[in-house]
Design a protein around this ligand. Sequence first.
Ligand SMILES: [Zn+2]
Ligand SMILES: [Zn+2]
Length: 343
Amino acid sequence: MRSTTAWRTATSGALEPALIRRRSLRPDDLAVRVDHCGVCHTDLHSVRDRTDDEAVVPGHEFTGAVTEVGSGVTRFRIGDRVAVGNIVDSCGTCAMCRTGQENFCHDFPTLTYGGTDRLDRTPTSGGFAREYVVRDRFAYALPPALDPAGAAPLLCAGITVWEPLRALDVGPGTRVAVVGLGGLGHLAVKLAAALGAEVSVVSRSSSKRDDARRLGAHELIVSTDAAQLAAARERFDVVVDTVAVAHDLSPYLRLVALDGTLTQVGHLGPVTVNTTDLLIGRKSLSSAGSGGTRATAELLDFCAEHGITADVEVLPSAKVNEALDRLARGDVRYRFVLDMSDL
Ligand SMILES: [Zn+2]
Ligand SMILES: [Zn+2]
């Protein structure tokens, strides 16, 4: 076993520094020095809405450098820049794994934290730590063109919106609306625009209009303005709904064009949909989350080619609790990334 410093949940309800264990390297493992880790809504839930007493180290979108490799590793060498997302293993044999969609593994993928290692059955601890040990198949070469802080959120927020954009064939001529301009939404705008789509943002207020344009959208539709929503009726081939709290989907389904799709990426759980809202216009409703190894590697290449990273506010990891507080009130443009060098 090896040990590393980390930010771990404590009875106080905040994250506190702790010394945690990592497994000794297996033949196909890498030890990664975590330099930057993004702060995702999932992290906030795992700290604030805990239902059991098991301590958790959050963090599942990080970048860093390889410091040690197992005896069988050929894809990486010491010193390589790498990125890791929210899946660190899967069964490798089911139909989903065989097509590179390990995020949908029939045996459920091993999560980067809060999961259970498939071999030694120990709980996994995340990237709010100075070191992570990961199976080489689930580490990605970080292209030299990408800033390591700005690239970290690509591994969760980025891939979550990239997979549906690709699956829905978003490209030149596609009319895309992105609902909600947060961590996921701002990346959806950048990626859809770089794919060649005509992008609009749907937001509760006009306060982010300048940002929307800077990110690559050509307009901002204010969702609380009934006239603006009505004018946008059936204008979009793809609507990417990033709103992460339960809400009525019908106003956004009304924006979908004939044979178009509303894709919901906010993990809403049960929602009620009136199928008439799908019938009129032969519309589809889909969802997506996280990503497989194939799409994640493709996303990193695409981002390197197009110069895309997240807009981030980098904080020393010692400010992790402040980052969670501010994330809870939506006070971030558009993703916090922790600099782990103070650990
Ligand atoms: Zn996440
Ligand atoms: Zn599988």
